[in-house]
Ligand binder design. Structure first.
Ligand SMILES: NC(=O)N[C@@H](O)C(=O)O
Ligand code: NI
Length: 175
C-alpha cells in the first residue's frame, strides 16, 4: 500500500485554529490574584463536553514514546466533546489532525508541540491518539464522561501516511 511521508510543522495558533485551541501562556489573558502572589492565565481553552448530558473530567494519560518512522493508519474523533492534552513533562509531542472529508479524515497535518504547550481538540475533530516522543510522558487530560458513543475511529484505506523525521524533538529523548 502506498505510504505518503508527511511534513512536521511547528504548532501555531493560526495553523491549529481549524482544529481547536493551543493551550499556552503566551498570549493568554493574565490576571494578578491572591494579593498579587499569583498570576492567573485565564481561560486558555473551552471545555465543550455538555452535549448529550456529558460532564467534564480530568485524567492523566501516561504515553509511551514513539520514534520515527511513525505510521498513521487511523484517526479518531469525539463527536460529543472536546479533548485537551497538556504535557506534564518537559518533552515535545506530536499533534496529528485532519480535516473532515464527507465523514472521513482527509490528509493529516502533523505539528510538533513543544514542552509547556498543549492542545484542546474541538468537538468532532479528527486526530490521532496520543503520540509522545523521547520518553514515557504524562499528560493532563480534560475531556467528556457521559452517555452516548463519544469515539469514532477511521482506518485509512488505499493509503497510509508516515512521519520519517522529527527535527529537534528526537534530540530531547532521554540520554
Ligand atoms: N481513547 C482515548 O481516551 N484517547 C484518545 O482519545 C486520544 O486522543 O489519545
Ligand atoms: Ni482522542
Amino acid at each position: 500500500m502506498r505510504a505518503e511521508a508527511l511534513p512536521v510543522r511547528a504548532l501555531t495558533k493560526a495553523a491549529f485554529a481549524p482544529y481547536g485551541e493551543v493551550v499556552e501562556i503566551a498570549g493568554a489573558e493574565r490576571r494578578l490574584i491572591n494579593q498579587g502572589s499569583t498570576e492567573r492565565f485565564h481561560a486558555l481553552a473551552n471545555v465543550d463536553v455538555a452535549d448529550g448530558g456529558g460532564r467534564p473530567i480530568v485524567s492523566i494519560f501516561r504515553g509511551q514514546p514513539f520514534a520515527p518512522p511513525i505510521e498513521i493508519v487511523m484517526m479518531e474523533r469525539h463527536p460529543l466533546g472536546s479533548q485537551m492534552f497538556y504535557p506534564l513533562s518537559d518533552l515535545s509531542f506530536l499533534v496529528i489532525v485532519a480535516p473532515d472529508r464527507a465523514g472521513t479524515p482527509g490528509m493529516p497535518e502533523v505539528f510538533i508541540c513543544s514542552a509547556g504547550t498543549g492542545v484542546n481538540y474541538a468537538k468532532n475533530v479528527w486526530h490521532h491518539p496520543l503520540v509522545s516522543l523521547g520518553a514515557e510522558s504524562d499528560f493532563l487530560i480534560v475531556d467528556r464522561e457521559g452517555p452516548g458513543d463519544n469515539l469514532e475511529e477511521h482506518t485509512y484505506s488505499g493509503i497510509r501516511y508516515r512521519i520519517d523525521a522529527i527535527a529537534g524533538a528526537e534530540a530531547e529523548s532521554e540520554a
